[in-house]
Design a protein around this ligand. Structure first.
Ligand code: G3I
Length: 305
């Protein structure tokens, strides 16, 4: 029988999952992870609050656990994430503009430097745009003190820090064509036209009944790919159960496979029991690591059996 990873590989794609270091001592978690997935994203361990809790003091223990495990299994690693308004230690928000710029670049250089050569793709900047119809940037210490240029600066710093890593912009509610994805599209188009280094755009893919898989998901992925970047589905989970959930998962996989530059899919966790959606059952394996209908739908959409 195929696995998610082997079936995806047959399509020239990776199939990944978010991984939490705290579960790597659980046999069922590890055996499912190792068997099914070819890419790993540390769920929280590479975020700023985990890696630089106080200025200049870097702590990589938990992230190293995930990276070392993944690499020992031959998995790719997605780095998540360098510059984000959330899980940001309070000291960062207290800095003035000049200091903040220095701290941002130092954070990128230090974290990317620690993992240089080991990361397939980095989410350099995460969730920098607002929800709603404005297409505006989200308020954050970076946006408010450094202005729109912080994103470009972060990508330029990242390119120099690890030239082998693909550099991604990652966001949610950008899966379909809407005001927010239009704003990201305009930014990527501008970056490509001016030679700002960007290699990929991540579409998180957090879906539920209020935010279902959009009918124009494939078309949206394609328009970004046509700008000359790879696209990746980076944090997929879909609330629901049974056939409806399975069909939605199949729709996502089919959309990715229809876009040449959609290079892989990551689901946001191995098992429902550890999902960040505490009320939900959004993943492919249940709490006993049994395959759900959604698992079969994904495998079959990937051409596996
Ligand atoms: O590590 C502490 C622990 O020491 C403490 O005892 C416990 C008590 O609350 O909290 C633990 O931290 C939690 C952390 O996950 C690790 O489990 C945080 O409270 C909790 O807020 C945090 O949630 C994470 C969330 O990002 C935070 O924004 C989720 O696990 C993680 O799945 C989620 O992932 C994000 C992506 O990074 C970006 N896109 C959206 C996605 C879903 O929100």
């Amino acid at each position: 029988a195929d696995t998610l990873g082997s079936a995806a590989a047959g399509q020239g794609r990776y199939f990944g999952t978010a991984v939490a270091a705290s579960h790597l001592d659980e046999a069922g978690y590890v055996s499912t992870l190792n068997r099914e997935f070819t890419s790993a994203t540390p769920e929280n361990e590479m975020k700023w609050d985990a890696t630089e809790p106080s200025r200049g003091n870097f702590t990589f223990g938990a992230a190293d656990q995930v990276v070392d495990h993944a690499r020992s299994q031959g998995m790719d690693v997605r780095g998540h994430t360098l510059v984000w308004h959330s899980q940001l230690p309070s000291w960062v928000g207290g800095l003035g503009a000049a200091d903040l710029r220095t701290a941002m670049n130092n954070h990128i250089n230090s974290v990317m430097g620690h993992y240089k050569g080991q990361i397939h793709s980095w989410d350099v900047v995460n969730e920098a745009f607002q929800d709603g119809g404005s297409g505006a940037r989200r308020s954050s210490p970076f946006q408010d003190k450094l202005g729109n240029g912080f994103i470009e600066e972060a990508f330029r710093t990242a390119r120099a820090a690890d030239p082998a890593a693909k550099l991604c912009y990652n966001d949610y509610n950008t899966d379909g064509v809407n005001a927010k994805s239009n704003a990201v599209y305009d930014m990527v188009k501008d970056f490509k036209s001016r030679g700002v280094p960007i290699d990929c755009v991540g579409f998180q893919g957090h879906f539920n009944s209020n935010s279902p898989v959009p009918a124009d998901f494939r078309a949206n992925l394609q328009r970004f790919a046509d700008l000359g970047v790879d696209v990746q589905i980076t944090e997929l989970d879909i609330e629901g159960s049974g056939t409806a959930q399975a069909n939605s998962y199949a729709d996502v996989v089919e959309a990715c496979l229809a876009v040449d530059r959609c290079t892989g899919i990551t689901v946001w966790g191995v098992t429902d029991k550890y999902s960040w959606r505490s009320s939900g059952t959004p993943l492919l394996f249940d709490g006993d690591y049994q395959e759900k209908p959604a698992y079969g739908a994904v495998l079959s959409a990937l051409g596996g059996d």
